[in-house]
Design a protein. Structure first.
Length: 218
């Protein structure tokens, strides 16, 4: 089911170099924060619960038990996704080294995952329509960093328009000004776009190679 929104005029053009640094800090801060919080719940609550129990507060385990389980599963999930987060961050940084946020798309069309507000859809795709009327192919996106499973998975404010740094045949980084959030995207139908990549300008291919976008990442 699609969900169309018309954005407003483009805000000021973002500073790509500054945003590259902010993206890296945000990704690592999220990873460190989540690891610390879940580790504290998994390994810090048990001794506190034992001390409280010795003090006669026996009901503490009613609260502490679920917190320990959440901490263990949260820590395992964070560690499992850490390698993927490192790869996405590295690719996004390389992309923002090669490309600037010089394309503004005031209108998007959400496709798969458009109505998801709870849980995590397996695929989130959208179409982008630039200010000059050019339409990008259907793009699969991955928010940076990923939002929690209990929250709307789409970057907040994406309906109001996005800046794009990259190449529609290979991939790009999107930036959502209202919430200052990022997402990495690549063509959903990677194989169909392959023919266009084969006949495109060699300089365009080299640039995408330097950005790490000549293979499907997710």
């Amino acid at each position: 089911m699609s969900h169309d929104m018309q954005g407003t005029h483009a805000p000021g053009i973002p500073d790509t170099a500054a945003l590259r640094g902010k993206l890296t800090i945000r990704m690592w801060w999220t990873a460190v924060r989540n690891t610390a919080v879940y580790a504290l719940m998994a390994f810090g609550v048990p001794p506190l619960g034992a001390a409280a129990n010795r003090a006669g507060i026996s009901w503490i385990f009613i609260i502490g038990g679920p917190m320990i389980l959440i901490g263990i599963f949260g820590l395992l999930a964070t560690l499992r996704t850490l390698a993927g987060a490192v790869l996405l961050t590295r690719t996004s940084r390389k992309t923002l080294t090669q490309y600037a946020f010089d394309t503004y798309c005031p209108r998007i069309t959400k496709v798969d995952g458009a109505q998801a507000t709870r849980g995590r859809p397996k695929v989130m795709t959208l179409e982008l329509h630039s200010e000059d009327g050019r339409e990008w192919p259907l793009m699969r996106i991955n928010p940076l960093p990923r939002r929690g499973p209990w929250r709307n998975p789409w970057p907040v404010g994406i309906e109001e328009g996005v800046f794009v740094a990259g190449d529609e045949l290979f991939g790009a980084v999107g930036y959502v000004p209202p919430s200052r959030t990022f997402f990495l995207m690549q063509p959903e139908d990677w194989e169909t776009v392959e023919q266009a990549r084969k006949v495109t300008d060699p300089d365009r291919v080299v640039r995408a190679q330097q950005a790490g976008l000549t293979r499907r990442i997710f």
